[in-house]
Design a protein around this ligand. Structure first.
Ligand SMILES: Cc1ncc(COP(=O)(O)O)c(C=O)c1O
Length: 389
């Protein structure tokens, strides 16, 4: 417990709650939790399934066969990847659950997991909880936020069991192509590593960009799995449903761990997930149009006030450089104190996140516009102050 810090967002939410309790209006660009509701046809299916007593009982850890098949069909349709629904697909109680538990399958005391930095914190934390240690692979702008596999010291690679990757990336919003994933497969084969690719943002895309799946790489399923989620694609964060697909032996190991620790996804939610994956998909384009409009507003304003940021091709995140003279924590604190706007300091995602802040586009339009006007006001007041000095 001494090594386990509170989850990043717990601290941020505490700060926001304190301000709101004092009657201050806070505008938050913090957590990546879609503000738009789950589409109606999915909710209707959930309500209908909730009425059926068969769904009031314990689910199976492996999930309903119909859900596993719907996931396999979705992978085929979306990425052209064919999966065996029984051995290569496992539903999860949100992908975070599987990401947390899979470390227990592969990490023993003293083992190393190669984790990106900056990154979603759960890869490192699950490694630590399993008794292992994370080796941080820097993701930097000069390499388009892709890790330099050749720069990992040989003695580290020897002790490593897992390599974690995440594209479209949180927090940097970078994307990876098939060429990169092919290189990862070769690297994993060469060093007997398990690849865990985390892809919950593959459906939040802009300007016609289509991310690839890790499983499209040659030989990918011999070495790894891909985590995915309905959370972000269908605005279903609150229902807790995700999946892991790929290498059958790895999936079997995780199923064994999970069956000893949890009892699977509530069945009404599984039926809602089947509806999401196999029902009408026009909601995705609708949500993406909204995110894209917000992205453009945020990018324009940030660049106007000197916070350099590139428009992402995918993901609901903007990764912006902090102004000169601030650390990311100082800058985020200053924005919160001066204008009641919350952004996440890049340092919260790791050492190499320093110098950046993350803004999420999952904020209703009216709040977003107000937040941007406060950021402009913050910039003007700093400049006035400077001019006076
Ligand atoms: C990179 C990444 N992976 C996984 C998750 C977890 O998603 P969920 O547990 O809702 O499927 C998140 C959530 O923000 C994330 O950013």
């Amino acid at each position: 417990m001494q090594n386990l810090e509170p989850y990043l967002f717990v601290e941020i939410n505490k700060k926001i709650a304190q301000k709101r309790a004092r009657g201050e209006e806070v505008i938050s660009f913090a957590i990546g939790d879609p503000d738009m509701p789950t589409p109606e046809h999915i909710i209707n299916r959930l309500c209908q399934a909730a009425q059926d007593p068969a769904n009031h009982r314990y689910p199976e850890t492996a999930g309903l066969p119909q859900l596993r098949q719907a996931i396999a069909d979705w992978y085929q349709k979306r990425f052209g990847v064919s999966l065996d629904a029984d051995s290569e697909v496992l539903p999860l109680i949100g992908s975070k659950e599987g990401i947390g538990h899979i470390a227990l399958c592969f990490i023993d005391s003293g083992d190393i997991a190669l984790v990106p930095d900056p990154a979603y914190p759960v890869y490192s934390v699950s490694t630590m909880l399993a008794g292992g240690q994370g080796y941080h692979m820097p993701l930097t702008a000069d390499r388009n936020f892709l890790p330099d596999l050749d720069a990992i010291p040989p003695e580290t690679v020897k002790k490593a069991k897992i390599i974690w990757l995440n594209y479209p990336n949180n927090p940097t919003s970078a994307v990876a192509d098939l060429d990169f994933f092919n290189r990862v497969v070769n690297f994993a084969r060469q060093h007997s590593l398990v690849v865990c690719h985390d892809a919950p943002y593959s459906e939040i895309t802009f300007d016609g960009y289509q991310p690839v799946s890790f499983l499209q790489a040659d030989g990918a399923r011999e070495v790894g799995v891909e985590f995915h989620s309905l959370s972000k694609s269908y605005n279903m964060t609150g229902w807790r449903i995700g999946m892991v697909v790929g290498n059958a032996e790895m999936i079997d190991a995780l199923r064994r761990i999970k069956s000893n620790l949890d009892s699977g996804v509530p069945q009404a939610i599984q039926y809602a997930a089947i509806e999401a994956l196999s029902g009408p998909q026009d909601c995705i384009a609708r949500h993406n149009n909204i995110y894209q409009r917000r992205r453009d507003l945020v990018i324009d304003l940030l660049n106007d006030i000197g916070l350099e940021a590139k428009p992402p091709k995918a993901s609901p995140y903007i990764w912006a450089r902090v102004p000169k003279g601030y650390t990311s924590i100082e800058f985020a604190d200053d924005l919160l104190e001066q204008v009641g706007v919350v952004v996440i300091p890049g340092r919260g995602y790791g050492k190499y996140g320093e110098g950046y802040v993350r803004l999420s586009l999952t904020i209703p339009d009216a709040a977003l516009v107000k937040g941007l006007s406060r950021l402009a006001g913050w910039h003007d007041s700093k400049n006035r102050f400077k001019a006076k000095r």
